[in-house]
Write a protein that binds this ligand. Structure first.
Ligand code: ZN
Length: 667
């Protein structure tokens, strides 16, 4: 441990001790950004790029019989802001600061205030001491100390990366990549006959994925940690936790998209196979403590495009964009709209001021597609329109009410072998690589200032949750076709860096072997473990190399081959395993019309799916779905500065590598 670090930790511990020792004094129960004074060998918890904006916040609880009278934030002992409390019950806002006294979580002392300074930034590299001092009406003071670090960018360190492409295979662990390779490329005498596009990227590392408050992350901080440089809490996007109940007032952290747009004028593109309100796309552009606030999330994409540079938004999620003027709260409005005032946003004045953000409004009746079009975005509701639009300046594509259909069903629909996409009401949905191709074209048009493009293969995760093996393997193949496009783009544009990774692993998928029998024999076995497990599952030398036949569209003719690949799940709920492809996907409760025919005839969940043809595999997690795991995930990279992405690193480290590349460059 360095002397510097020892001294810093000692001073932090002293600060905590002082706060704890003073009995009759205000309690500073939270100081944001969060600090980690107790693990001296660990890195400073909260780290920022030079000038990257974030909010300072403290929760101050007065002793009985007193009230908080003033709060002073200081950095390196220099006051940043002084907030005076006039004793009224009303919340006080002035410019970019606030003292919030109402709408707080339960369990705080009467008179508690949450004090904020919005849109702070620090240009000077190094570790900085953050102090908050609260005084109460008896004249007693309490001080709590924390710290944060500004990570230097090495200037003139070679050429900067103008464009950043992040390909995010949601839930994609090593097993997902291996299974896709075995299916698409084949193995012969132990050797892969070819490689996935993501296998051919020259650099690979391993990423630690935990969130601020859990070993196992969900997709919200799983993505946000990559593009804020800080640990977020589960279900939260681009914010730190706080002690208020409102979802859109949490302390913000500036996103990579916002930072680079402010500094360099970069554009942002978001492409996903999920509903566009989903955690991964939203955690690049929207600040909220609740990933479920769909109306506010999609509104903020448009409202704060001046902060993010949003130019392309594509995926599912039309249900959030269709007007619902009566704020109807039945399961869905007649038109499929899910817009509700209860999931919308209005920002407090200090955030509006400190971040130059749009205030927002409770407007379930908003025609958001119309508003996007009025703001200059071309709109594509299906693949045919997407093709006809050519290369517009800005683009909105919404190809389903909620999550788009998965590759397995889109491909079989195109081959005339399945009606699933028609059952959903969206028979002409683009593939992920088709969306990514369009996004790259739009972002490249007049691209003087560069772009950040995030492309998500969302249902690698969603189908892993459902333990639908055939569907998530095809999702991974679809995702890999988008990887190939990005790789080709970086080859043609050497000022581009491409990373391919996941936000977390999902389901604990494992390649356990191959079927010892053919498809017909497999289907003929009884639905018992003695038959369908003991006589079917080939392990070790009984797991021969499966041979899938790949058609010109890039996908297998069928996944139900003889001696097929078999997958087990280490993070599973109860399921019935029949080892054969499910002709219908499992119900997606995000779809507004899931309760109506024909979608209500689909299997409800893996706990009932195949219950007459499969044998029961008892899970070790409650519920009906497999869960995320804390296992490290692979990250592969190519293009300018890709060599930075080797070794084992934290998800927040990725942000600083990308910042170095975008601003300072790399040799
Ligand atoms: Zn998930």
């Amino acid at each position: 441990m360095s002397v510097n670090r020892t001294a810093r930790v000692a001073s932090l511990l002293l600060g905590l001790a002082l706060a704890a020792a003073s009995q009759a004094a205000p309690l500073v129960s939270r100081l944001t950004p969060p600090s980690n004074p107790l693990t001296p060998t660990a890195e400073v918890l909260s780290r920022f790029l030079p000038g990257q904006k974030f909010d300072l916040q403290a929760t101050l609880q007065p002793d009985a019989g007193t009230r908080i009278t003033s709060v002073v934030f200081a950095v390196d002992d220099k006051p940043v802001a002084t907030l005076k409390n006039d004793g009224s019950d009303a919340d006080q806002f002035s410019a970019n600061t606030s003292l919030v006294k109402t709408g707080l979580v339960k369990g705080l002392k009467p008179g508690t205030v949450v004090a904020s300074v919005r849109g702070y930034g620090q240009a000077k590299p190094g570790v900085h001491r953050l102090t908050v001092t609260a005084e109460d009406s008896s004249g007693t003071q309490s001080t709590r100390m924390g710290n944060f670090e500004v990570v230097a960018i090495q200037a003139k360190n070679g050429q900067p990366a103008k464009n950043i492409i992040i390909l995010l295979g949601d839930g994609m662990g090593a097993a997902h990549r291996t299974a896709a390779r075995i299916m698409a490329k084949g193995y012969l005498q132990g050797k892969a006959q070819d490689r996935l596009a993501m296998d051919t990227l020259p650099v690979t590392g391993m990423v630690m994925t935990s969130s601020l408050n859990a070993i196992v992350t969900d997709s919200a901080p799983g993505m946000a940690n990559y593009v804020t440089g800080n640990k977020g809490a589960n279900n939260q996007e681009g914010v730190f936790p706080d002690d208020t109940t409102a979802a859109f007032d949490n302390p913000r952290i500036e996103y990579l998209s916002e930072y680079l747009h402010r500094l360099k004028g970069t554009a942002l593109g978001l492409v996903t196979t999920a509903d566009v309100f989903d955690a991964t796309p939203a955690a690049n552009a929207v600040h909220t403590a609740s990933r479920g606030m769909g109306t506010g999330i999609v509104d903020q994409y448009l409202d704060d495009r001046h902060l993010t540079g949003l130019k392309v938004l594509m995926g599912g999620g039309r249900k959030w964009f269709l007007p619902n003027p009566s704020n109807e709260t039945k399961p869905q409005a007649v038109n499929g709209s899910q817009r509700r005032d209860s999931s919308d946003y209005v920002l407090p004045a200090d955030i509006v001021k400190g971040w130059n953000a749009t205030p927002g409004a409770l407007d379930s009746g908003r025609d958001l597609i119309g508003d996007f079009q009025a703001a200059g975005y071309a709109y594509a509701p299906d693949r045919e329109t997407l093709d006809k639009l050519g290369t517009p300046d800005k683009l909105l594509g919404l190809f389903a009410y909620s999550n788009m259909n998965v590759a397995y069903d889109k491909v079989n629909g195109r081959r005339g072998k399945s009606t699933v996409v028609a059952d959903y009401g969206f028979p002409d949905q683009p593939m992920l690589d088709e969306m990514a191709d369009t996004a790259l074209r739009v972002l490249s048009k007049g691209n003087a200032k560069g772009f950040v493009l995030m492309v998500e293969g969302a249902s690698i995760d969603k189908q892993s949750h459902l333990m639908d093996t055939d569907r998530w393997i095809l999702e991974t193949l679809e995702f890999d076709r988008a990887v190939q496009l990005a790789k080709d783009y970086a080859d043609a544009h050497p000022d581009t860096v491409v990373i391919v990774t996941a936000d977390h692993e999902c389901s604990g998928a494992a390649i356990i072997g191959a079927a010892t029998v053919g498809d017909a024999a497999l289907r003929a076995t009884a639905a018992t473990a003695a038959e369908k497990r003991d006589k079917v599952v080939g392990t070790y030398e009984k797991s021969k190399f499966p041979e899938y036949s790949i058609l010109a569209d890039g996908y297998p003719a069928t996944t139900d081959i003889d001696h097929k690949l078999l997958i087990g799940y280490g993070a599973n709920a109860d399921r019935f395993e029949a080892w054969v492809a499910n002709p219908q996907p499992t119900q997606d409760d995000q779809q507004p019309f899931v309760g109506q025919a024909p979608l209500n005839t689909y299997p409800a969940n893996p706990g009932v799916r195949n219950n007459s043809s499969g044998y029961l595999v008892t899970g070790q997690v409650p519920g009906t779905q497999a869960v995320h795991t804390a296992t490290d995930v692979p990250l592969s990279a190519t293009g300018r500065g890709a060599h930075l992405f080797t070794g084992v690193f934290d998800n927040t480290d990725v942000f600083f590598k990308l910042g170095q590349l975008a601003i300072g460059g790399a040799r």
